[in-house]
Design a protein around this ligand. Structure first.
Ligand SMILES: [Zn+2]
Length: 400
């Protein structure tokens, strides 16, 4: 999207500029990661951002700026370049863009606040501020696990307007779930969770196509089967993202990594470990895979274990997973947020990382990021085959 393709370029309302005490132009809000400061010794950048108020075509903005600063003899290409820089940085939208045909008036009313939040966090030039919402509307998501994290993630994604969500969960609602699994009520106790989840989600937003099945994942083949189960409107199988919110069996994350690498499916997994809540976000072929990140973290942390000592002694596994509605809600919220990142590119965070928070120490973030590891047993590219003719079968597909 170039500034000249826009009917009426406008600085996004959430990115409105102001002038600092020393005459610089600050734009994009004061939020770290979005805002920027532009030097403006002659004052014309300030005129420019004020002229980009959505009432003029790009050519008229240029005329307005050069007309107000005749003494500077500004060249039109320089003004256009400044507008282009602002557009490329994500601060500009087209005030004349028509509403997208894919979203009904009712949907636009429903998601009007979400659209403005996405617009605020979005740093890509778009033809319409509704583009990320349209991407979400088109998306097909597979959610495995609808307990504490999963039911909260499902609620947040369906409320946000995801197009299609398929939920997989084997368990029955128990009284001891109700302290954290807030999609369920007392009258759901004894009912299959999947039935209660589907009823709650359909009541929340009839615009999302919510489906589900009562099923347990017992191996990578089950995940593979689930991932290829959907057929989109175009007839193509698969999902745009997998969200993993199950922690049983213990190897399920490893399976998800393996299956998503093979199918090229972006995925995320979230959970809590006591006061630590985090989400991992992965896209095959872009950055670290789950295994890369895990191996890097094991190398990084110094548990001061004796040689040969099992690391479980430092981080004991209990038959229960301590949690309440707060940790489950945060974890599910982070998982839904990761899905928005993967599906809409908002905010534009590179995958291959884990982030979250430590409730014990406000301001102490959980952050793991590592480059892709060339020796990773999971995502390492296949060795060049010296004699491909002698091999039979296609073998596993690596990430592209
Ligand atoms: Zn890897």
């Amino acid at each position: 999207m170039t500034v000249h393709a826009m009917r009426r370029p406008r600085i996004k309302p959430e990115h409105r500029a102001y002038r600092t005490v020393d005459g610089h132009v600050r734009i994009g809000s004061v939020v770290h990661g979005i805002g920027a400061e532009v030097k403006d010794p002659d004052g014309w950048v300030w005129t420019l951002v004020r002229a980009m108020d959505g009432t003029r075509a790009a050519a008229d903005v240029v005329a307005e700026v050069s007309g107000r600063h005749p003494e500077l003899r500004l060249a039109a290409p320089d003004i256009v370049q400044a507008m282009t820089d602002l557009t490329d940085a994500g601060y500009v939208e087209d005030a004349g863009a028509p509403p997208p045909a894919e979203l009904s008036e009712r949907e636009r009313e429903r998601h009007s606040r979400g659209m403005t939040l996405m617009r605020w966090m979005d740093l890509r030039p778009r033809s319409s501020p509704w583009d990320p919402q349209v991407l979400l509307r088109r998306a097909r998501v597979l959610l495995v696990g609808a307990g504490g994290t999963g039911s909260a993630a499902a609620r947040d994604l369906v409320a946000s307007g995801v197009g299609r969500l398929h939920c997989v969960e084997p368990d029955v609602v128990e009284l001891s779930n109700l302290n954290r699994q807030t999609l369920f009520g007392e009258r759901d106790v004894g009912r299959p969770k999947i039935d209660a989840v589907l009823a709650a989600l359909r009541a929340l937003n009839a615009g999302t196509e919510v489906t589900g099945e009562r099923r347990e994942v017992r191996g990578p083949a089950d995940l593979e089967d689930l991932l290829t189960g959907a057929a989109g409107a175009d007839g193509a199988p698969g999902y745009d993202a997998l969200l993993l919110a199950a922690d049983r069996p213990a190897t399920i994350r490893r399976w998800a990594n393996q299956v998503c690498l093979a199918s090229g499916t972006p995925w995320a997994e979230a959970g809590y470990r006591g006061p630590l809540v985090s989400v991992g976000v992965f896209t095959p072929g872009r950055g670290a895979c789950w295994q890369c990140l895990r191996d890097a973290e094991i190398e990084r942390r110094d548990l001061r274990l004796a040689p040969g000592q099992d690391e479980d002694v430092a981080s004991p596994r209990m038959p229960w997973n301590p949690a309440n509605a707060v940790t489950a809600g945060l974890s599910g919220g982070l998982l839904a947020h990761a899905a928005l990142m993967l599906l809409c590119g908002v905010p534009p965070v590179e995958p291959g990382c884990r982030f979250g928070l430590n409730l014990m120490v406000p301001g102490d973030p959980v952050l793991q990021r590592s480059p892709r590891r060339p020796d990773c047993p999971a995502c390492r590219p296949a060795e060049p085959d010296p004699a491909p003719a002698q091999r039979s079968g296609s073998g596993g597909r690596g990430p592209s």
